[in-house]
Design a protein around this ligand. Structure first.
Ligand SMILES: C[S@@+](CC[C@H](N)C(=O)[O-])C[C@H]1O[C@@H](n2cnc3c(N)ncnc32)[C@H](O)[C@@H]1O
Length: 215
């Protein structure tokens, strides 16, 4: 999506994707990911999951386009931070969390080096098809063989536009199969809580959790 789309959503407080609680799939499936160490959280919003990961002993590298969201994260979590502006992004750091305010596609590779695993909740599914390919290409470039991804994808209805976009198993295969091994962990059907989709008559949607490993 156009960066201005996301800036407007944050400015206007249209952030229905933000969760007050730690994501249940992260709580349930973290133990299925063997990697520990440095976790990348791309397109991170101001998710509390970053804090949970840091408290679980990970070094967390978050990336979020909108700087107000990054600042809100530290302020709402009551984490003291240091802010360092750079050429391609602004680096925030506090309490085991390095959080880049910048474009995931433009940040220099060194800013995102040494990643052991990736936590993707509402990142891939926030992107339209062409950007999804760039996103997965970037992950393939950043991750060493054996590195893992905990991916939460969403199946609503293929005719409905996003974000969040409809990303089914076939799309996950199309995007990742060349460089990654894909394992489906769980499918969870629940009510369609997105007002846009409810208006379109959708009642249920399915979150699908995958473990994806770099070949
Ligand atoms: C659907 S939200 C999900 C946020 C978070 N993962 C969560 O679970 O709350 C997607 C986020 O990605 C950010 N974003 C979109 N494009 C981006 C990009 N190119 N680089 C970094 N962040 C981006 C948006 O500003 C938005 O906060």
């Amino acid at each position: 999506m156009d960066p201005d789309f996301w800036r407007a959503r944050w400015r206007e407080g249209r952030i229905g994707f933000h969760q007050a609680e730690i994501n249940p799939h992260l709580l349930k499936w973290r133990s299925q990911i063997e990697a520990r160490g440095r976790v990348l959280v791309p397109l991170a919003g101001k998710s509390r999951d970053l804090r949970w990961l840091a408290q679980d002993g990970e070094v967390v590298i978050g990336v979020e386009l909108v700087e107000d969201a990054v600042r809100a994260f530290f302020e709402e979590q009551d984490v003291p931070y240091q802010r360092q502006p750079g050429q391609k992004g602004v680096r925030y750091e506090g309490d085991g969390i390095v959080f880049w305010a910048g474009d995931f596609f433009a940040l220099p590779k060194e800013a995102l080096s040494g990643i052991d695993w990736v936590y993707d909740r509402a990142a891939l599914i926030a992107l339209p098809p062409a950007l999804r390919e760039r996103y997965v290409g970037r992950l393939a470039e950043l991750l060493r063989p054996g590195a893992e991804i905990l991916l939460v994808a969403l199946e609503h209805h293929p005719a409905l536009d996003g974000p969040p976009f409809y990303v089914d198993r076939a799309e996950v295969e199309r995007l990742y199969a060349e460089h990654f091994v894909i394992t489906e962990l769980e499918r969870v059907q629940g009510p369609a809580d997105n007002p846009k989709f409810r208006q379109a008559g959708l009642e249920v949607m399915t979150e699908v959790v995958y473990r994806v490993q770099r070949r």
